[in-house]
Ligand binder design. Structure first.
Ligand code: XMP
Length: 512
């Protein structure tokens, strides 16, 4: 295993991703971790991430004293390189102009990191992002690659196994970056790359059994990937000690509730409480048009119903949550200031704040794509494991204005046709999320010889890697035309279809 000390770079998580992709288990800790904790982790090597600070600043972040005395290989990236150089007797200075983006470096030497990846004499593309630079190397270091703007682009102390890059090997814009990192973890640190999902599964099952003992666990199931995988993993570990509660708010996509019940109860034999609370939710949403009030209403009711059901089954000792690794990483934010609430998110995994139960978080070490891989390892169907994200408040936030059962039914019909065509065209997996929105306007149309005055809908499809930013999916016009024709012909009450071409930002993915 490898330890990544985070100095606050935007891309620290990518280091972890690259390492895990090459079969190396790693964790990201804040740079403030003390030396006992670091020593106790048992890492085979340490990586210092980049960060926004400047080493030339007296108060700049430093890793714990004694980190070099552990005699472990160290790779410093960007700020990490500079902090390493400063601590080992080199000199770092500012004022050389900032360098951002793609750059070319010449390989002037060789070391374990470049072996078999960068040949001496070659010119290689890297991605730079820095202000300061090293001006005097610490004793023992030599230059392995350089450019005019970055004379110490890659440096190495071969003896002590310390390496530093001024560029970011973890981003895809450094084409051989993953191979360089692999040389560090496998070549220098001696990792074997045997961290696999099968291994994780066995380890996680053992850990869950040890944590839960003979206790009882409840798990809120949403039908989404995270809670579904958490439930199946828990069931493998503790069998009937697990009860899943599926609160059906009546705002799911067509056929989804039946599918959840069939998958978990029938196929996986999991004890499942299916509570149809659609009357209650739709009743509470009557007359509500404000997006935040909708979200809060649904969130509050969800907790109420969940608590009711969990009392009915006689309570439990543990509450399972589908927390993922990105939620867990202790963030080293440069600004740390309060951010504006764009939307109050409601998530089955992160709900019941007032419940007095211990937490079980079987996925807290995994990234989203690793959760999918684990689901496949557990034999879960692709319809669940590869499913597009779906928001906790469901179709309510895809129906601007008041939500009614009739509108939800209409939207389900539109959504089904749209997704059906996307699947038929083989586009489902290329899209992060695709869905329809029912617009609160009526427009005039003509069908046959008659006038229509019906509702309009919008289609949305985006690509994204984490939902934080998104691009519009560039469908062929012929595809959109086909979908539009089917919707208007097959869904009575809709006579107009539009395609939302807003990216995020400035738009958000959902409409509310
Ligand atoms: P926005 O609309 O904020 O959405 O661009 C980003 C991603 O988050 C999903 N989303 C939610 N997920 N509970 C969830 O679990 C919510 O309340 C919620 N609201 C939005 C959205 O579908 C997209 O994937």
């Amino acid at each position: 295993r490898i330890l990544i000390l985070d100095f606050g770079s935007q891309v620290t998580q990518l280091i972890a991703r690259r390492l895990r992709e090459s079969g190396v288990y790693c964790e990201v800790w804040p740079y403030t971790a003390n030396i006992e904790r670091i020593a106790g982790f048992g890492a085979k090597g340490i990586i210092f991430s980049g960060g926004p600070a400047s080493v030339t600043d007296m108060a700049s972040p430093r890793p714990a004293d004694g980190v070099f005395a552990l005699n472990l290989p160290v790779l410093g990236i960007c700020y990490g390189q500079q902090v390493m150089a400063a601590m080992l007797g080199g000199l770092v200075e500012g004022g050389h102009g900032r360098e951002f983006g793609r750059a070319e470096v010449t390989v002037t030497g060789a070391c374990a990191i470049t072996q078999g990846v960068w040949a001496p004499g070659a010119v290689e593309t890297v991605w730079m992002s820095h202000g300061d630079r090293i001006t005097v190397l610490p004793p023992g270091f030599e230059v392995v690659a350089s450019s005019e703007g970055a004379p110490f682009a890659l440096i190495a102390d071969v003896e002590r196994r310390y390496f530093g890059t001024m560029f970011h090997p973890e981003v895809v814009h450094t084409p051989h970056g993953a191979a360089l990192l692999r040389n560090f973890t496998h070549g220098v640190c001696g990792c074997t790359g045997d961290w696999t999902m099968a291994g994780f599964r066995a380890e996680a099952v053992a850990k869950l059994r040890a944590q839960v003992g003979g206790g009882r666990v409840v798990c809120g199931l949403s039908g989404g990937v995270d809670s579904s995988v958490a439930a199946v993993l828990l069931h493998e570990a503790i069998g009937d000690q697990l009860t899943c509660i599926y609160v059906d708010h009546g705002l799911m996509r067509a056929g989804e509730s039946a599918q959840v019940v069939a998958t978990f109860r029938d196929r996986f034999n999991i004890t499942l409480v299916h509570r149809d609370a659609s009357e209650m939710f739709l009743g509470a949403l009557a007359g509500v048009t404000d997006p935040e009030v909708k979200r809060k209403t649904i969130g509050r009711l969800f907790i109420e119903v969940f608590e009711e059901e969990q009392h009915k089954i006689g309570g439990a000792d543990f509450l399972a949550q589908g927390t993922l690794y990105p939620d867990v990483i202790e963030s080293v934010s440069a600004t740390g200031g309060p951010s504006v609430t764009i939307k109050s998110h409601h998530n089955v995994g992160g709900l019941p704040a007032g419940m007095r139960m211990a937490l079980v978080e079987p996925l807290r070490d995994l990234f989203k794509d690793e959760v999918r891989a684990l689901g496949r390892e557990l034999g879960m169907p692709e319809e669940i494991v590869g499913r597009h994200p779906f928001p906790g408040p469901g179709l309510a936030i895809r129906i601007p204005g008041e939500v009614t059962r009739e509108k939800a039914d209409l939207l389900r019909l539109v959504d089904t046709i749209y997704l059906d065509e996307i699947r038929k065209a083989g586009l489902y997996d290329a899209i992060w999320q695709a869905f329809a929105v029912l617009l609160p306007v009526r427009t005039v149309g003509v069908m046959g010889d008659g006038r229509t005055y019906d509702m309009a809908c919008a289609l949305r499809a985006v690509t994204s890697t984490d939902g934080m930013t998104a691009d519009v999916y560039p469908f062929e016009m012929s595809f959109l035309g086909r979908v539009s024709a089917r919707i208007v012909n097959e869904v009575r009450g809709i006579n107009r279809v539009t395609y939302d071409i807003t990216s995020k930002p400035p738009g958000t993915i959902e409409w509310e």
